[in-house]
Write a protein that binds this ligand. Structure first.
Ligand SMILES: NC(=O)c1ccc[n+]([C@@H]2O[C@H](COP(=O)([O-])OP(=O)(O)OC[C@H]3O[C@@H](n4cnc5c(N)ncnc54)[C@H](OP(=O)(O)O)[C@@H]3O)[C@@H](O)[C@H]2O)c1
Length: 225
C-alpha cells in the first residue's frame, strides 16, 4: 500500500514494486486519479481512495486490503504536502494554522494509516516506510519551511516510536529521505529523477526479514536524525 500514489514518488514507487512482481495498492485522495495512475501500471495495481487526514478512510482501506489480500507486506507512508506560503515560511512569520495542517497531514496522517493497517502488517511481519526528508533531520536543522520541517521531524519521531512498539512483532519501521527529486513538490530544478528518488523507498519496502528497523536512510545508507 502506497499513500499519495497518484503522482510523483508514490506512483514511481508503485511502478518499481510492480516491476519486482509485487501487487500494489495505489491510493490517492481522488479515486479517479488513483485509478488512472493504476492503469499505467497494469494488472498488478489496484486503486483505492485515501485521504490520510481521515481515520474513516484509513479504516475503509484496511477493510479493502483485508478482503482482497488478507495480508500486507509493506505500507509506504508517502503522502505529503507543503502548506506554507512561499513568502512566509520563516519561523517568525510562519502561520501557526499552516504549521498545524502540515503536521496533521504529513505526520499524523502516517499515524492514522499505520494504526488502521497495523493488524495486517503484524500478520505478515511487514514493513513500514515513512517517506521523510533531510529537512526534518534535527541534527542538521536549518531555517525556513517551518511547518514542513516540523512535520518531517515529527514523522521521524513517529518512526522511532513505531519501531520501539512494533519490533517485537517482526514489523520493521524506517524513515527514508528520497533526496531532492524532480516532482511537483521538488520542482524542475531538483537534482534527482523520480526513478532515482524512489529507489531508496523501494529498498526500504523490500527489506529482508533481518533488515534494519528504526533507522533513517537515504539510498539505503543511514543518515543523521
Ligand atoms: N520531491 C522532493 O524533493 C522530496 C524530498 C524529500 C521528501 N519528499 C517527500 O516525498 C513524498 C512524495 O512527494 P513528491 O515529491 O512525490 O511530491 P508530489 O508529486 O507533490 O506528491 C505528493 C503526493 O502526496 C499526496 N497527498 C498530499 N496530502 C495528502 C493527503 N492528505 N491524503 C492523501 N494524499 C495526499 C498528493 O496527492 P494529490 O495529488 O491529491 O495532491 C500527491 O499525490 C512527500 O512526503 C514529500 O514530503 C519529497
Amino acid at each position: 500500500v502506497v499513500t499519495g500514489a497518484s503522482t510523483g514518488l508514490g506512483l514511481e514507487t508503485c511502478r518499481q514494486l510492480a516491476g519486482r512482481g509485487w501487487t500494489v495498492v495505489v491510493t490517492g485522495r481522488s479515486l479517479q486519479r488513483a485509478e488512472a495512475a493504476a492503469r499505467t501500471i497494469g494488472e498488478a495495481a489496484l486503486a483505492a481512495s485515501l485521504d490520510v487526514t481521515s481515520s474513516e478512510q484509513a479504516a475503509s482501506l484496511a477493510a479493502l486490503v483485508e478482503d482482497r489480500f488478507g495480508r500486507l507486506d509493506a505500507l509506504v507512508n508517502n503522502a505529503g504536502a507543503i502548506f506554507e506560503d512561499a513568502h512566509r515560511h520563516g519561523v517568525l512569520e510562519a502561520d501557526p494554522a499552516a504549521v498545524l495542517r502540515s503536521v496533521d497531514n504529513n505526520a499524523v496522517g502516517a499515524l492514522r494509516v499505520t494504526q488502521a493497517l497495523a493488524p495486517l502488517l503484524v500478520r505478515s511481519r511487514g514493513v513500514v516506510v515513512n517517506v521523510s526528508s533531510g529537512m526534518g533531520g534535527v541534527a542538521e536543522m536549518d531555517g525556513g519551511h517551518t511547518g514542513y520541517r516540523l512535520s518531517k521531524a515529527a514523522l521521524n519521531a513517529l518512526t522511532r516510536i513505531l519501531h520501539a512498539e512494533l519490533s517485537h512483532t517482526g514489523v520493521r519501521v524506517n524513515a527514508v529521505c528520497p533526496g531532492w527529486v524532480r516532482t511537483d513538490m521538488g520542482g524542475s530544478g531538483a537534482t534527482r529523477s523520480v526513478s532515482e528518488g524512489a529507489r531508496g523507498i523501494v529498498w526500504a519496502a523490500t527489506l529482508e526479514p533481518d533488515g534494519p528497523s528504526g533507522g533513517f536512510f537515504r539510498d539505503g545508507k543511514p543518515i543523521a536524525w
